[in-house]
Ligand binder design. Structure first.
Ligand code: GTP
Ligand code: MG
Length: 260
């Protein structure tokens, strides 16, 4: 009887509706951002949208400013203090009012339909869910061949940390608990250019599962990639090596729950 009751309680709790803060890092996304915000506003579960702009040479900041002024309770605009995508993401996460965060790239290359599926998955365990573009439909021109190979390479490299089959670790769409950000040391925040690896590592260090779901990947129709493919790739390799050492240390000395 006790067992049945426990099951029912945990099942009920896990289906809880979690309010989400959507953090959007944006650099030179003037041509995407309004349309994206309009779409995100259709998702009831997202009750806060934080756009963190930095480094733009186009009018992204002013475009967002005009939108945010009309709905100050829901839409916030931040000017990034440092540089790089992860720096922007961390700033937005720290300001977020909710305990649950979704990162959504400003170029809208992952659809609302697929993102809603990720949110639904997140509602079932409140741990960590990310998009997996590698087995989804990739629109012609959306991912350069070298990026595709690189994304598979990192999927395999990160498989021992995540478990299961290799999945795309670099998809921008990630949903997670705000509290994991506290587990990311400052040196890692400075080193990791995009933040995907730090967020996954911090989640695994806590002993939480990292889930993924297939998403389709569309090409951007405005501007250019803000990511430096070759130097960024090398940096990601360095960050991966350091995270392996860091997680190894955690397992040996801090005695956190073993990585699944
Ligand atoms: N605030 C801020 N946002 C950034 C910075 N670099 C990238 N971003 C944003 O981070 C997200 C991912 O960058 P993208 O340029 O789309 O990189 P990508 O997805 O690898 O490249 P594409 O396939 O061409 O879209 C986008 O929303 C960018 O606007 C930055 O330095 N500051
Ligand atoms: Mg992109």
């Amino acid at each position: 009887m006790e067992k049945v009751r426990n099951y029912e309680v945990s099942n009920f709790e896990s289906d809880r509706f979690a309010n989400l803060t959507c953090v959007i890092p944006a650099r030179n996304e003037q041509g995407h951002i309004k349309k994206l915000i309009d779409k995100i506003e259709t998702i009831e579960q997202i009750n806060e949208i934080i756009i963190v702009e930095g480094g733009s040479t186009d009018d992204t900041f002013n475009v967002v400013n005009r939108i945010a002024k009309k709905k100050p309770d829901k839409i916030k605009l931040l000017k990034q203090l440092g540089t790089g995508k992860f720096n922007a993401v961390i700033y937005g996460v720290r300001v977020a009012k909710n305990e649950h965060i979704i990162i959504w790239d400003a170029d809208g290359t992952v659809s609302v339909k697929d993102t809603k599926k990720l949110i639904q998955k997140f509602n079932s365990n409140h741990n960590f869910v990310m998009g997996n573009r590698l087995l989804g439909k990739i629109e012609t021109g959306a991912m350069q061949r070298a990026n595709y190979v690189g994304n598979w390479f990192f999927a395999i490299l990160w498989n021992p940390i995540i478990g299961g089959k290799p999945v795309d670790v670099l998809c921008g769409t990630k949903i997670f608990q705000k509290s994991i950000v506290k587990n990311i040391p400052n040196w890692l925040v400075r080193m990791d250019p995009y933040g995907d690896f730090s967020l996954i590592a911090a989640t695994r260090a806590k002993g939480h599962q990292v889930d993924s779901m297939l998403v389709d990947y569309a090409r951007r129709y405005y501007g250019q990639s803000n990511i430096k493919r070759w130097s960024g790739g090398l940096r990601l390799l360095l960050v991966t090596t350091i995270i392996y050492l860091w997680l190894g240390r955690i397992r040996l000395w801090v005695r956190l729950r073993p990585l699944k």
